[in-house]
Design a protein around this ligand. Sequence first.
Ligand code: V47
Ligand code: SF4
Length: 369
Amino acid sequence: MMISDIIQASAINSHVKEIALKVLGSIRITPEEGVILYREADTSLLALLADQVRKRIVGDYVFYNRNVHIEPTNICVYDCKFCSYSHHQSKESWELSVDEMVNTVVKLGDDITEVHIVGAVHPGRDIYYYADLIKRVHEARPMLHIKAYTAIEIEYMAQRSGLSFTQGLQLLKDAGLNSLPGGGAEIFDDAIREKICGKKSSTEAWIEIHETAHKLGIPTNATILYGHIEQFEHRIHHMELLRQLQDRTGGFNAYIPLKFKSQNNEMSYVGEVSLIEDLRNFAVSRIYLDNIAHLKAYWPMIGKEMAALSLAFGVDDLDGTINDSTKIYSLAGAGENPSLSSEELRQLILKAGRIPAERDSVYNIISEG
Ligand code: V47
Ligand code: SF4
C-alpha cells in the first residue's frame, strides 16, 4: 500500500488530508494550506510529509562542513529587543583587529573549508574596511570559502560609503566574498519588526540585497527568527516571500529556522516555544519551501540531541564543526559549548540511519559515508 492510500483511508480531517495528498503528489501548497498544517496537522503526519519532501529533494544525505565563525565586534548601531549579544545587553564590548581575524583562519589551516563572518553593525566601519578584511582572509587562505555579512550589515556599510547594493556587493565579491549568510531576516512583517527590531532595515531591503546578490552570482542563505510574538500566518508569509524570490533567482542554498532564545535580552518575558513546536516548524518549512534545496538545523541553537531529532522532520544539513567560535546563542541561553568534531557529526548522522556527507559551502560532496 502506498503512503497516499494510507492517508486517503485514514480518519484525519478532510482539509489536512487534501493538503497531505498534494504534498505527496509534489504539488505546491498555498499560504492558507501552510497555516492549516501548522494549526491542524498531527506531528507524526508532518514528520512523514517533510521526510518525503526531503527524500525527493536531497535523498538520504545529511550534510555538514568544517567551518569557523568570526564575530568581528558586538558594538552595534541597532538595539534589537531579542538580542543578547550586542554591547547594549552583554556586559563587555569587543572589536577584533583584522590581524586577529586573519590569524584565526591561518591557525586552523586545513581543519576548515569555510569561514562565516557575522557580527554587529559597527558605527565606525565602512565597506572598504570590510572589503579589506575579506581581501586579507582571501590572501591568507585562497581556497577558503568566505561566507560573510548579513544583509543588515551590507545595507549599513553600503549606505555609509555612498554605494548602491549592486556596487557594494560587487566590491565585496571582487575582494573575495563567496556567499552571504542568511541572518538579519528576522520576520518579514512590518508591525512585528517595529516591535522587535524597529530601527533595523526593512523586509524590502533584505529581499533586495539577496536578490541583488543572486543576480551577481553570489549564493545566499535565508533565516527566520521564530517563536516570539509572531503568529503562524507571519511564518508562512515570510516563507512565501522567500519562495517567490527563489522562483525568480534560484540563489538560495539553505533555509535556517532560528529559534528565539530568551535569556539575557529585553524579550525574556516572552519565553521559548516547545521542542515539539521546533520540530513541527522544521517540517512545515520543508514542506512549504519546495524550491530551496536544503533545510539546516543550526545545532548551537537547538542542541545536539534536537539537531539529531530534527533529521526526522525534513532537515538535511547540520551546519558545521564551528570550533567553539560563536557567542550569539550561548549568550542568549543555548547552553551549548559550540564545537563538534567531524567524527561526532558523522556518528550523530549515522545513528539517525542517514548518510553523512561532508560538503563544501555550495553543497558539493567532499567525502561521504
Ligand atoms: O539575524 C540573534 C539571530 C542571527 C537571537 O547563513 C537570535 O549559515 C535566536 O546569521 N535567539 C544571526 N536567534 C546568525 C546568522 C546565522 C546563523 C547560523 C547560520 C547562518 C548561515 C547564519 O541570529 C540574527 C538573529 O536572527 N539571533 N539573537 C536570539 N536571542
Ligand atoms: Fe545588532 Fe544584530 Fe544584535 Fe540587532 S541582532 S542589535 S543588528 S547585533
